[in-house]
Design a protein. Structure first.
Length: 174
């Protein structure tokens, strides 16, 4: 019994430290912290990009999959989440399963730099500036004309088509 208690306490401490680290994460870091996109922001992202039933939404660094759940459940889109972290990938798969969206949304546990995103009509990103800058050549090479990119909090070196200042969102159109 004490072994289980000690492990639970250690897990709690680790999760707490990760949450604190995420709050002070430097934006110029090359790695992305575990920041979540809540449902309110996910809805705003979908509205800004005018997501609909004909869209295929890619979420790069999809985390727990909240944005994809909102896009599929509330806006009728299909989706692909690309998440390298095994824990986040597992959590998002469970979230999709519990929302009965496994037929509309898939999660790929891979590095998004290694995944072809050319069938996306909408791309969601909530990534630090260094990662966004590294993604720019991939966007230019793989995304079709008129593909919409929505970035939360951080700008991409592309002309902005629309800005939602209240929600800290920027829309880019390839």
């Amino acid at each position: 019994m004490s072994f289980l208690l000690i492990n639970s306490i250690l897990l709690g401490i680790i999760v707490s430290l990760l949450l604190v680290l995420s709050a002070v994460w430097p934006p110029d870091s090359p790695w992305s912290p575990w920041w979540r996109t809540n449902k309110k922001i996910a809805r705003a992202m979908c509205r800004l990009a005018k997501v609909g039933k004909d869209d295929i939404v890619y979420d790069l660094g999809s985390g727990d999959g909240t944005a994809l759940v909102v896009a599929a459940k509330e806006f009728g889109a299909k989706g692909v989440g690309i998440e390298i972290d095994p824990l986040r990938s597992f959590i998002s798969s469970m979230l999709l399963h519990s929302n009965k969206l496994s037929d509309k949304v898939q999660i790929k546990r891979k590095n998004f730099f290694d995944v072809d995103i050319s069938d996306a009509t909408v791309v969601f990103v909530y990534l630090v500036p260094k990662a966004l800058n590294r993604l720019l050549p991939k966007f230019k090479k793989e995304l079709k004309k008129e593909t919409r990119i929505v970035s939360y909090k951080y700008n991409i070196a592309l002309p902005e088509a629309k800005i939602d200042e209240k929600n800290k969102l920027s829309l880019y159109v390839v």
